[in-house]
Write a protein that binds this ligand. Structure first.
Ligand SMILES: *Cc1c(COP(=O)(O)O)cnc(C)c1O
Length: 456
């Protein structure tokens, strides 16, 4: 590696993507002033698991471009499906019209839930899917005569997106505090994070304790509560907080007992990330609403989907217009996005992806295992294709700069990794071969060492 994006080669003005970008683009989830020091990677193309910058450097996309990419960049099979769709139908509105990609996708997703869920409602982003599920839950109760059910429950440290409604069920202070006066807050229940185990407890015990807290809340307020929303198995944005599947089964039982909808936000954990296609499968239960986005289009196009049960749909089915679900987005059910999703589902079916992922994850787990003995590593953990560990850094300033420094050190080692605080995680695309996995683990460990040692 010669140079990195932190020391970009001087370019003629019109060619300087970084300067132009910082002038023209307001980058997401970023304090723009930090880019005075933080490198911006000028990505010119992608191929497989690799992103290439315009100077020819390559970076292994070890976090699947914010958890969306499943089968690599410029995947030939998804590309072919999209090119075909492009010449057939690029877009048509889904109100009053329909088209084959949306129909087939809706049918196939329902089949993946053994037809427990269906009635696919399409949107473009994860946050919109969450908004839709919240609105549908409230409105379906209202249509059924329970207009007092107006409140929601979320889990401590939950993340469900950043629009105003989704922030109401998100428990991340950094994203939320500035907008506090605008937000209608949900009830926040205890986290089932397995790391909260006390001496002698296992993950199931933590889940049981957290469920007791949910039970107490539902017992006292279920006539006011419409739904509980959860990220099954892994709270990704919280720093890959993982919990026992018995927690999800327990939530299902409590929601049934107290007449509260269960919304599973599988935006990050769906599409095979946790080892099963849907994370809920590991708990042996289905929610009342299931939100999908991110990986469903293979990481190609903005697409989100809310699946729901027949009885939810039935609560809206009526002669009266206002009892319907009058919600829409312009690009609802976009045929290109749906076709990318169908190509993604085809890959799952033809390539035995879940079984292959289980094997690959075992390889990566073994390669990362030595980290468990590192004196500055805690909680090396895994769920499906998601790996994480917490760095132990006592100096507050060094802990605060850890994520940025790790990111820069990773770029120098041809890796794209963005720790969440002091939690380092890998969520690679599903297409890595064994030697890529060994390389990834080795470079991750090197990056970690370099980050610990610099300026120490
Ligand atoms: C990313 C994410 C969202 C929000 O999706 P956007 O497409 O970014 O709006 C919601 N919930 C979870 C669990 C997510 O990981």
């Amino acid at each position: 590696m010669s140079t990195t994006a932190s020391t970009p080669t001087p370019q003629p003005q019109s060619d300087d993507w970084i300067a132009r970008s910082l002038r023209a683009i307001w980058h997401p989830c970023t304090q723009m002033k930090h880019h005075e020091r933080l490198p911006l990677v000028p990505v010119s193309r992608g191929a497989g698991a690799w992103l290439y910058d315009r100077d020819g450097h390559r970076y292994l996309d070890a976090i699947s471009s914010w958890w969306v990419n499943l089968f690599g960049h410029a995947n030939p099979r998804i590309n072919a499906a999209l090119k075909d769709q492009l010449d057939t139908l690029e877009h048509a509105m889904l109100a009053g019209c329909t088209h084959e990609p949306a129909i087939e996708l809706a049918e196939r997703l329902s089949a993946l839930t053994q037809h427990t869920l269906g009635h696919a409602f399409f949107a473009s982003d994860g946050a919109s899917a969450v908004e839709i599920a919240l609105k549908m839950s409230f409105h379906s109760w209202r249509n059924r005569g329970f207009a007092d059910k107006q409140e929601f429950v979320c889990i401590a440290n939950s993340y469900h997106g950043e629009t105003i409604g989704a922030l109401g069920v998100t428990d991340v202070a950094l994203f939320k505090d500035a907008y506090d006066p605008l937000i209608r807050h949900a009830h926040v229940v205890q986290s089932p994070d397995a790391r909260l185990a006390q001496a002698g407890e296992n993950a199931t015990d933590v889940a049981r304790r957290a469920l007791d807290h949910v039970r107490a809340l539902l017992e006292s307020r279920n006539n006011r509560i419409a739904a509980l929303i959860v990220e099954p198995l892994v709270q990704c944005a919280a720093g890959m907080a993982m919990h026992d599947p018995s927690y999800i089964a327990g939530l299902r039982a409590l929601c049934d007992q107290y007449g509260v909808h269960l919304i599973a936000d599988e935006i990050a954990v769906g599409c095979g990330r946790t080892g099963t296609f849907f994370a809920c499968e590991q708990a042996g239960v289905w929610p009342d609403f299931l939100c999908l986005s991110k990986g469903i289009s293979g990481g190609y196009l903005p697409l989100s989907i809310v699946l729901s049960r027949d009885e939810i749909f039935a609560a809206f089915y009526h002669d009266e217009t206002a009892r319907g679900f009058l919600h829409s987005h312009s690009y609802t059910g976009n045929p290109l996005a749906c076709r990318a999703a169908l190509a993604t589902l085809d890959l799952f079916a033809s390539d035995d992806v879940l079984a292959q992922n289980a094997r690959k994850s075992a390889v990566l787990r073994a390669a990362l295992a030595p980290l468990a003995d590192h004196p500055q590593v805690r909680n090396l953990r895994q769920c499906g294709t998601i790996f994480a560990f917490d760095a132990v850094i006592t100096d507050a300033q060094r802990a605060a700069s850890f994520s940025r420094r790790f990111f820069e050190n990773a770029l120098q080692r041809e890796l794209l990794i963005r720790p969440i605080g002091t939690t380092v995680y890998l969520m690679p695309p599903y297409i890595l071969e064994d030697d890529d996995l060994a390389w990834l683990a080795a470079r991750t460990r090197e990056t970690f060492e370099a980050t610990l040692q610099e300026g120490a």
